[in-house]
Ligand binder design. Structure first.
Ligand code: APR
Ligand code: PHB
Length: 392
């Protein structure tokens, strides 16, 4: 087999890259080690920055997003029993976020791929990129027990935080900045009408909680918990009691309850890999960087990466220029570190660290009070949350 760009991973990064390359007439093969249903059903984040929305609509995969996505002009920050509104649109000259589940993005991109004749192989095993610096890039893998080899010009490592692409880069060529947070999020999807029309991020002495949504009938909620907790150790009653304790505010606001449709625990990590390139291998999305979910940046960073990578590959195929390919990593890292800073700040401000002291608690309350009373501080939150322009 031969293609121009071998894409490892059919998450949002790999699928969007394949889509953008297709629109420019560049061939790709996408290799995914899980099954189609698993990829579609995986419940993940759901906040799209304006840049991500524009990318989807501008490339013809935004029709359902336009119909079903929920535009939010602001968010609420809650602590000490009160909710405070951050009017993102007013503070940023009209920028907003759109709520649309990541798995819906994946469905739309899978449909777009199916409308092309370009291959997307599910259930492949032992994906190993090689020839990254010897002029013969290729990917070997197993499919239905057969050994296959895919020759290509470039390999895009879009295989997420536990993928294999990153591991083929010699450690001496890589700087890794990594930390696991000492807490995780228990996330649920509930069949309940959202009781607020915007997200509520809450800091509570018992830990962080977040109120989000997926539709007019489905609420998405998160609770800070231990990093390795078993979600099955949390009964529905216990989850609701804890959510009500951490989220309710003195004005009587509280989340509506309903049947729990799904629950899972995710550990929280941060990771940056430098550089995002080794020879003919380019890393994009979670394969290159992981942010804690508090700033809702993971999916949006992945989209910014593949847009830049697709532009760079298109320039290469049109006139042989490698300038943009050479700039890919530095530009991506600049954006990544900004997102890391913001996600770190949101996470530290809103969570209780297991070794947190009374001083930390008072400092966090002071930070939150400053945030909601200063237009400058709220503007800083708003412009980061709504997202930097993709060109930055
Ligand atoms: N071979 C082939 N595919 C692989 C391999 C491998 N060795 N390892 C992982 N994959 C697949 C995963 O099954 C997954 O479908 O790569 C895909 C990676 O997708 P994501 O984890 O969704 O990562 P990415 O596309 O970078 O999406 C960005 O933003 O909201 C955040 O973390 C969230 O996934 C989200 C990310
Ligand atoms: C979500 O709706 O899943 C969501 C919202 C905001 C976040 C993280 C996740 O910061």
């Amino acid at each position: 087999m031969r293609t121009q760009v071998a894409i490892v991973g059919a998450g949002p990064a790999g699928l969007m890259l394949g889509h953008l390359l297709h629109l420019r007439g560049i061939d790709s093969v996408i290799l995914e080690n899980r099954g189609r249903d698993y990829v579609i059903e995986r419940v993940r984040a759901g906040v799209l920055e304006q840049g991500t929305v524009d990318l989807m609509t501008g490339t013809g995969v935004g029709e359902r997003l336009r119909r079903e996505g929920m535009r939010h002009d602001g968010i609420h920050i809650a602590f000490n029993g009160r909710r405070h509104h951050v009017d993102m649109a007013a503070l940023t000259g009209g920028r907003a976020i759109t709520i649309y589940g990541q798995n819906e993005v994946v469905k739309d991109l899978l449909d777009a791929r199916a409308g092309t004749s370009r291959p997307l192989l599910f259930d492949v095993d032992h994906v190993v990129p090689s020839g990254l610096t010897d002029g013969r890039p290729r990917v070997s893998f197993q499919k239905d027990g057969d050994h296959c080899e895919l020759a290509c010009d470039f390999i895009a490592g879009c295989d997420g935080s536990h993928g294999s692409c990153r591991t083929v880069i010699p450690p001496s060529q890589l700087q890794v900045y990594q930390r696991d947070y000492p807490f995780g999020w228990l996330g649920i999807l509930a069949h309940a009408t959202p009781s607020s029309d915007q997200l509520v991020y809450s800091y509570h002495p018992r830990g962080f909680a977040l109120f989000s949504m997926r539709s007019a009938e489905v609420t998405r909620l998160y609770l800070q918990c231990g990093p390795d907790e078993d979600a099955n150790g949390w009964s529905d009653d216990r989850i609701w009691a804890e959510l009500q304790t951490r989220l309710h505010t003195d004005d009587g606001w509280r989340p509506n309850e309903g049947a729990v449709l799904q629950k899972s625990v995710t550990g929280m990590r941060r990771l940056v890999v430098e550089p995002m390139r080794y020879g003919r291998l380019f890393l994009a999305g979670d394969a290159a960087h992981i942010v804690p979910p508090t700033g809702a940046k993971g999916l949006n960073l992945a989209m910014a990466d593949v847009r830049r990578l697709a532009d760079a590959l298109a320039a290469f195929y049109s006139d042989g220029s490698e300038h943009q390919l050479d700039a890919y990593s530095d530009r991506g890292l600049r954006r990544t570190w900004r997102a890391q800073r913001f996600s770190w700040w949101m996470t530290t401000m809103l969570h209780r660290a297991p070794d947190g002291t009374a001083f930390d608690h008072k400092r966090q309350i002071a930070e939150l009070e400053y945030l909601v009373s200063s237009r400058a501080a709220m503007t800083s939150l708003a412009e980061n949350y709504a997202g930097l322009p993709f060109e930055d």
